[in-house]
Design a protein around this ligand. Structure first.
Ligand SMILES: NC(=O)c1ccc[n+]([C@@H]2O[C@H](COP(=O)([O-])OP(=O)(O)OC[C@H]3O[C@@H](n4cnc5c(N)ncnc54)[C@H](OP(=O)(O)O)[C@@H]3O)[C@@H](O)[C@H]2O)c1
Length: 429
């Protein structure tokens, strides 16, 4: 049987992982794919570096775009990264050359996914991207194929292992964000420039992809609401525990009659819910289909092995000529769904104020909440320190985000309120 010839652009953590996996599981993969899957060509920036894998019998391309055009390559695997630049050029070159394209690049797909899908259809090829979301968890296949008969109303997940690791250690050890981040960088769980992870951008890229698939919609990435975890403090985590919650960075996409809401932000989740128990570098995704009911997936969201596992699963499908439309349906069938603004969303809120402990402060705060139609479920204040700063925690009943924002703006103006109030949304899951 004719082998499937694979060209790999990018030989970092994932690229080397794919080379290793294809060698280690050669016979199994050939059996599953119905024919051998072999790497014929590779490209990276540094030709001389020892990457710990055998590359000497493969064609080396100085330019990854020429790899995409190599007649000895059937499928192009892009493992360079980034929404623009070389990765995008490789995608466009592969599609133009009539080759199926496999990638782990969430940034590229979140930003250019619809345009690339259109180009792929025009050239009768497909784009496979299991590794782009939640690494080793087969969530793309679950959503695009397993749940293909459902209207999916909601996708919620822990989509960034670095943030989940940091929040887990903050809780377990009672430490502050910056301190734990430094440790995570030393251990290799966080990049030297951690902003993509800790500011929520990486999770937002993955959420945009999941939402596009779940709702059959073109998702304008710039319309996502994105907050990271830098402002989460050890004290919020301690209060969350006292109230029976865990703080997680969640990506949530929901479809309602009004349109689609798309948001990434820290959230308090009841501690007994499955997603609250997903700790450390693990990822999890909860999918709600109308006929299937809830489906919960958890696993390793990154790392050489899990990510290579997802890339090679795509190669096995392509070797068998299994091709699914990029977004689960023709690009022209995708909807332009209205995006629901955050101010229109509702829910319960955790609010933390730092106030001077003096008579009348609480009465002023509760009067403002009442004036905005917000009622309280509970309130926490520990100890008393007359004349000094104390934290006060308020948990609201279900209310509109616009009302909470307006109330917090008024509360922040009270002379006894010392810092901008902290707000964390409570997600029932
Ligand atoms: N790491 C993970 O756990 C993980 C998980 C899921 C998805 N992903 C995604 O997988 C992709 C790759 O990630 P990674 O962690 O493997 O990255 P990485 O370790 O930084 O590797 C990137 C590779 O791309 C090569 N490269 C950079 N610019 C290039 C250019 N202009 N032309 C050709 N090659 C170029 C680099 O070459 P040199 O080696 O010569 O510098 C390197 O081999 C990214 O899209 C990432 O988001 C990664």
């Amino acid at each position: 049987m004719k082998p499937l010839k694979v060209g790999i652009a990018g030989l970092g953590t994932v690229g080397v992982g794919v080379v290793r996996l294809l060698a280690a599981q050669k016979a199994l993969i050939a059996a599953r794919a119905g024919r051998p899957v072999m790497v014929t060509a590779v490209s990276a920036r540094d030709r001389v570096r020892d990457r710990g894998v055998q590359l000497d019998r493969l064609t080396w391309h100085e330019d990854a775009v020429t790899l995409a055009q190599d007649p000895d390559v059937d499928v192009v695997v892009e493992l360079i990264g980034g929404a623009e630049g070389k990765a995008k050029a490789v995608a466009e070159a592969a599609i133009a050359a009539g080759k199926n394209f496999v990638t782990a690049n969430k940034a590229l797909l979140a930003v250019h996914g619809a345009a690339l899908a259109k180009a792929a259809e025009a050239n009768n090829v497909t784009i496979a991207y299991e590794a782009a979301v939640a690494g080793g968890i087969p969530v793309i296949k679950a959503l695009r194929e397993g749940l293909a008969a459902n209207q999916v109303s909601r996708v919620a997940g822990i989509l960034n292992g670095t943030c989940n690791y940091i929040l887990t250690v903050m809780r377990e050890e009672g430490r502050d964000f910056s301190d734990v981040l430094e440790d995570a960088q030393r251990l290799g769980y966080a990049e030297a420039d951690p902003s993509f992870d800790v500011d929520g951008v990486d999770a937002a890229h993955k959420l945009a992809i999941l939402a596009g698939l779940a709702f059959g919609a073109r998702i304008p990435f710039e319309r996502l609401h994105v907050e990271g975890i830098r402002r989460i403090s050890a004290i919020d985590i301690a209060f969350a525990q006292e109230l029976g919650y865990r703080i997680k960075l969640l990506g949530i996409a929901e479809r309602t009659g009004a349109g689609v809401s798309l948001r990434v932000h820290p959230a308090m989740v009841p501690e007994q819910k499955p997603i609250a128990t997903v700790d450390g570098v693990f990822n999890a995704v909860l999918l709600e289909g109308d006929f299937s009911g809830p489906v919960f997936l958890r696993g390793r969201g990154a790392g050489e092995g899990p990510t290579a596992s997802a890339v090679v699963a795509d190669l096995i499908d392509l070797a068998r000529n299994i091709r699914v439309p990029v977004w689960g349906m023709e690009e022209s069938a995708l909807e332009e769904a209205p995006i629901v603004p955050m101010s229109d969303l509702g829910g319960a809120y955790f609010l933390r104020l730092s106030v001077v402990d003096q008579p009348g402060v609480l009465a002023d705060v509760t009067a403002i909440l009442r004036d905005h139609g917000i009622s309280l479920e509970s309130m926490l204040q520990h100890g008393r320190a007359p004349g000094e700063a104390v934290p006060i925690v308020l948990v609201t009943h279900e209310t509109r985000e616009a009302a909470v924002n307006a109330a917090l703006a008024d509360i922040a103006k009270l002379p006894a309120v010392l810092e901008p109030p902290a707000l964390i949304r409570i997600e029932p899951q």
